[in-house]
Write a protein that binds this ligand. Sequence first.
Ligand code: ADE
Length: 226
Amino acid sequence: MRIDVIAALPDIVRGPIQHSIVGRAQEKGAVAIEVHDLRDYAEGKHRQIDDYPFGGGAGMVLKPEPIFACLDAVADAHGDPDEVIFLTPDGQPFDQPMANELSMVDHLVLLAGHYKGVDQRVRDERVTREVSIGDYVLSGGELPALVLIDAVARLQPGVLGDTSSALTDSFQDGLLDAPVYTRPAEYRGLTVPAVLRSGNHAAIAEWRDTHRIEKTRRRRPDLLTD
Ligand code: ADE
């Protein structure tokens, strides 16, 4: 899988993708990520990427030309992407089913805006999907792009050590995860539930199911209703 990130502040994205699972996914060749600096595609002495909004109002708007130019350069180098995703608080809410769906796509472009937003013509002409990571406003799309990359990269075949691990995550079947414990079996008088140490796999599976349903009912009853 290939992911091109187009960002107003590319260094925010470049650091985190070198670490942990996303870093390992790249080392293993499961995902290739390239981060493009929007300013490299801007014209003029000042390489300006944003400008004042027509009609007035607060905040700057990302200009269309550098974004169109960068998208064209990505397409020339690597072919037309399957999706161009714009990260924005007014997009479709990101969730596990969307992560699963996007993980099966060969080539994604993530457009991370900053400032007030991007010129609507980019959204109308080039963006195939608009995605929000939650009902709050961040200063830019760079952190949301990282969230999407992490959720998608860890689903690539061979990336997680234990292949069943991604499938047992919270949300993967619409339920939250059961509590987990590790050694020591007793710490400061706090013990691990005996069933988890019993070696009885059927009993362990039943304990986990019970706790997943109970936790979901308590914390996220909305997940059980639909
Ligand atoms: N850009 C700013 N806030 C965002 C959010 N919540 N989701 C996606 N992109 C954003």
